[in-house]
Ligand binder design. Structure first.
Ligand code: HEM
Length: 151
């Protein structure tokens, strides 16, 4: 069911590729309001979510190895800034763009879907409502084009 949902998101994001392409220089254009940022619990909510998410990534049997050299606090902070900015919060993400950040990692669709499942589990654990989860996943799904580089 979860894989099916991820597949739908990826398929949907393919359907809107024309508009997404037009903004490919800024795939995460700032949101028009901060409703999603607030629904995620603002900055403290995002910090708690991303700490859990990064710990989950490191512990995951499928993709944990890919994060073995990653400093958890660093990645968590980058994700907070990125998602805060994308959801209308008062932050500025200053890390690398998604293509540069993931270049040469050989990330597959399976790796990407595994990461999305870890994020879903982290959101479940934080009692984030399903509709809010879907809004965040819909924001992140189009990034697969820049992140997946291997079959
Ligand atoms: C929508 C999905 C994803 C998002 C939003 C995302 C976001 C990010 C961000 C913000 C960074 C930090 C970039 C920087 O510091 O300049 C990063 C780094 C990284 N990402 Fe991703 N990522 C995604 C998918 C993936 C996947 C599927 C993998 C592998 C399974 C992955 C592995 C990594 C690794 C290993 C790093 C380097 C962390 C370090 O500095 O040690 N990412 N990602």
């Amino acid at each position: 069911m979860k894989n099916y949902f991820v597949a739908c998101l990826v398929a949907l994001s393919g359907l809107v590729s024309v508009s997404a392409h037009a903004q490919s220089a800024m795939p995460m254009a700032p949101a028009r309001n901060d409703a999603l940022f607030q629904a995620l619990g603002g900055k403290p909510g995002l910090q708690a979510l991303m700490d859990l998410f990064v710990a989950g990534l490191k512990a995951d049997k499928r993709i944990g190895e890919q994060f073995k050299d990653t400093k958890a606090s660093y990645l968590s902070e980058q994700l907070v800034d990125q998602v805060c900015m994308a959801t209308g919060g008062p932050c500025k993400y200053e890390g690398a763009d998604m293509k540069t950040a993931h270049a040469g990692m050989g990330i597959t669709k399976g790796n990407f879907n595994a990461l999305v499942e870890v994020l879903q589990a982290s959101m479940d654990a934080r009692n984030i409502p399903f509709a809010t989860q879907n809004q965040l996943l819909a924001l992140l799904a189009p990034m697969h084009r820049d992140i997946i580089t291997a079959k």
